[in-house]
Design a binder for this molecule. Sequence first.
Ligand code: MN
Length: 292
Amino acid sequence: MTNPLGVHASVFIGGTSQDQVRRAVELATATGYDLLELALLDPENIDVAGARKVVESAGISVSGSLGLAPTTDVSSEDPDAVAAGEKLLRSAVDVVAGLGGQHLCGVIYSAMGKYMAPATPRGRANAVAAMQRLADHATEQGVRLAVEVVNRYETNIMNTAGEAMAFLDEVDRPNVKVHVDTYHMNIEENTMDGPVLALGDRLGYVHIGESHRGYLGSGSVDFGPFFRALAQVGYTGPVVFESFSSAVVDPVLSNQLGVWRNLWDDSEHLARHARAFMHTGLESGIRAAAQA
Ligand code: MN
């Protein structure tokens, strides 16, 4: 098994102040992770030099993710929103590079929230053009992008891996891949293995989330076929646990995602449990793929 195992910072902290980053790095390291994914909703206010020291001394890798807001929506027809979104995304790429990271992922092509109408052709073209310019900037910074496929209540651009591939065809940049999340797949896809097999080497980032975004294995996601498919396509990228509870509140992200319930209190127990679950799942997937 060669995948870096990661954990989303929301398991531990609800922001990116220097103290919060330090705490997340300590807890991610203590619970056995190789990678910490930071939510870069406010990249311009992160102390990159300070965070880099913490990250390097812990020996952990960092990735970044975010979902855009209506005021920074690059799929909007409003040129001001598109420009603001591109500025935010470039800052996020620079933070990832500044922290020695390799991946920026998430809903970076759209606002993250419920749209009340389909994407317009002009809005979609704006999103494609923004991703092209961001990809070119990211290439210079040594950063790869991955666009996260999320459910219908969080974007109107792509809700399935098939739609993500169509979007990637339009963007047409080698450092832009697809980011899948088992929580969203469980809502929108027909199967848990088909999308992974269809993506193949266009899969660039993986979120592991349960149907209620709490403890892995306690919900309805069928993880077996998903992990087997990762092995079948030879996926070696990050596999990152993502979970949310009202026990850890990010003033922006928690509300965007509708985190109203308390699904866990003990971040460390949750994180250790998830790491063991993912490790076992990936190993079982390799065995199942070998027998298939
Ligand atoms: Mn996700």
